[in-house]
Structures are given as C-alpha cells and as structure tokens.
Design a protein around this ligand. Sequence first.
Ligand code: SF4
Length: 450
Amino acid sequence: MAKSYHIITFGCQMNERDSETLAGMLEAQGYVFEEEPKKADVVLLNTCSVRENADKRFFGVLGQLKNPHERNPEMIVGVCGCMMQQQRIIDMLKSKYPWVDLVFGTYNIGEFPRLFANISREKKMLVEVWESGKPMEEGLPQSRAFKFKSYVNIMEGCNNFCSYCIVPYTRGRERSRRPEDILAEIRALAQDGCKEVTLLGQNVNSYGRAKSIEGSYNWVTDEPHLDFAGLLREVDKIPGIERIRFMSSHPKDLSDDMIACFGELKHLCRQIHLPVQSGSTEILQKMNRHYTKEQYIALVEKLRAACPQIAISTDIIVGFPGETEADFEETVDLCEKVRYDSAFTFLYSVREGTPAAKDPEQVPEAVKHQRFDRLLDVMHAIQEDKSAADQDQIYDVLVEGQSKTDPGMLTGKNEFGKTVDFKGGERLIGQIVPVRIVKAQTFSLYGELL
Ligand code: SF4
C-alpha cells in the first residue's frame, strides 16, 4: 500500500503555495494524500509567525501529534516555514518536542527530498535551517490544490522592515523570479486547464526592483526589463487565463502605470488588497510605512478613477504602540472615507525581534479590544451597505466546489473576490458561470444560476 502524507499549513497564500511544492515532492516519491493527519505516515506543519496566535495554534496542533507519533514507529513529523527561522522556536522544539523528526526553514524547501531521505527516527531531530536565501528555485514539483486556479510565486522576501513585522527576518530580502520563468509556468498552467492565477509576493509592486541577491531578476541591471505592470500585461496575453489576481501590494510602491492596468487589462480582476494598517500619519511613520493618510486616500481615488467598480480590501492593526484615541479616530475616519469592501482587522500583537516589540508605549489590552470592537461596528455598517448593492446583480462566478456550510450548494468567487453560493451540479466546478444575486447578506451572497 502506498505511504501517505498530510500537510498542515498556517498563514498566508505564500505558505499555501510552498505546501503545494512539498506535496509535489512527496507525491513524486509515491506518497498519497491522507485526509486525517493522525493516520498519515508523514505529517508536515508549515508554520507562520506573523501573529502571536499562529504560534500558539502551531504548538497546539503539534502537541496533538505526539501520541500518534509514539504509537506508530514509522510516522515522520516535520516542521518548516517562517517560525523555524527563529532560534527561540528551534530551542523550544529541542527542549519540549524532541520527538519531532525534521526541522527546516523557508530558504531550503527545495532541499526537502534530501533532508527527508536522511531522517532516521532512531537518531535525534534533524535540523537544517539556512540563514539567508538564494535566488528562488525553478522547476520544483507542485501538487496543486485546484486544477482551475493556481498561485504563482513571482517574488519572495521583503525589504521594507515595517516595524511590527517579522517577515523580512523570516523570508529574507526580496528576490524576484525571471519573467520568462513566470510566464512559462503560467502558460503551462493554462494548457493544463487553469483559468485563474494569483501572483504572489510579499510586495508584488516592487517586483524586479531589488538588487540584493545575485542571480535574482532585477531590472536595474537586467535587460529587457519588466516591472510588475509590465509582467501583468504579459500575463494578460496568455490564452486560457481568464482571471488574474495578485497579493500583496505595498501602497508606497503602487505606481500610476500599475493603477492604469485596472482600466486597461481584460483579465485583471477589478480587486485590490491594499493594506493601510493605520489611518494616522504619525502611527504610519512609527510603523515605517512610508506614506501618509492623505497619500493613501489619493491612491484610492486614483484607483477608482481608473476603475470605478474596483473592490478594495485592506489590513488594519488596532492598538499599535503609541496609538492614541486621536490616532484611532483617524483610522475610523479613513475607513469611512475609503469605504472598503472588506477589511482584515487585527489587534496589535508583539512579535519578538521587531522594533515595535521594544516600544515602551504598548497600548493596554482592554483599550485595544474596545477600539477593535468600535472599528468592527464601523466596517460592518459600510459592508452591509455595500452588500445591499449586490442584490440582483449578475456576476461571473468561478465555481470552486461544494459550499462548506451547505453541501447542496456550489460556491465560487466573483471577479471582485466575493464568495457566491448557488444551487448547481458538480459538473460546473472549475467553470465560470453567470449567477444572479438573489440574497445579499453582509458577508455572503446567494444567487441563482442563469
Ligand atoms: S511590507 Fe511590511 S508588513 Fe509586508 S511583509 Fe514587508 S515588512 Fe511585513
């Protein structure tokens, strides 16, 4: 019988994409996916360190694997991803979870088959974590979660050092893939039936700009040059690709040329995730974000001038160190001005190793929670209003599968990234179909197939 694997992924889309690579490597060795982690022969946990509760969740999930691992002498448990780039986590694993078989980091995912071959349960934990990255590796296998849509990494790492963020320390400096490699990957995906690609990077707007890693693509020295807008224009020409999305964008690097793409490109979805983090210029400065509240609002105005229907989502951190009541009111004011289609709001949580963690002006938890609730009320009212406008609209929906809440329904996404549930046969999965919205709720849309 074939051996089985299960991968538990925490965090962002880049981690999801990395997990698809790990799955591809295991499947290349004959392993098959097992739904139930405790029954799998190999379990990998691909971790995230952006927020404190992701750390806690990781240790909780890992702890649950101890007994199955003890019971099954063949079972291998490996951990990887951003958390492993921090020495304190490795120390904790060695002292409290010595039974873990393999530990590796974000830079050496490509080494997984070699590391995997060297695991021996009789020996102690195999730890190999690199401290910095090479250019992004090409040609690694991938087991895609969906045939009709796919993530495509275009760059990795970040040079921005926002003062609250651990990513530049765990994913390293920016490295961009060569445009020809990205375009070849997307052409192959399209030939395989993929209709939607999401281009991924910590800051896609600075694609190709960084010079720091030798061998990575950068248009300061490489010819001919393609920046992110240029790359989007090339992807837009690939036959079969009907939808293009991207994540994530730093407002300071959002160029006019990039904004123009929303009015110009046929397949670029009219949706952008543009993390603002705070509406207070003072707090933005402390966050090291390099834009003001006014500059951010001006960007939103430009986006809406180029593409009036564009859906805009954001991330907001509530209770950043030093945030006063007046600063928080600036955030509320910005949200009311921008009227986001959706927002991910987070309570500030200390990330050890970042400058903000040492800030003496930490906001008391009770104040953070109270502001958080107030902001949610503001956002809900805006989103309720916006959703009401979806009533009776007809959207093209890429059908992703059965609805998780009601298996009798199908679920998919419209161009604006909103989830739409409707009744229909399984044969529609993977197709783009027209759906009229018959019930528009704040966070969910229900429709009928036309
Ligand atoms: S842009 Fe800022 S928040 Fe985003 S990954 Fe880089 S440092 Fe973190």
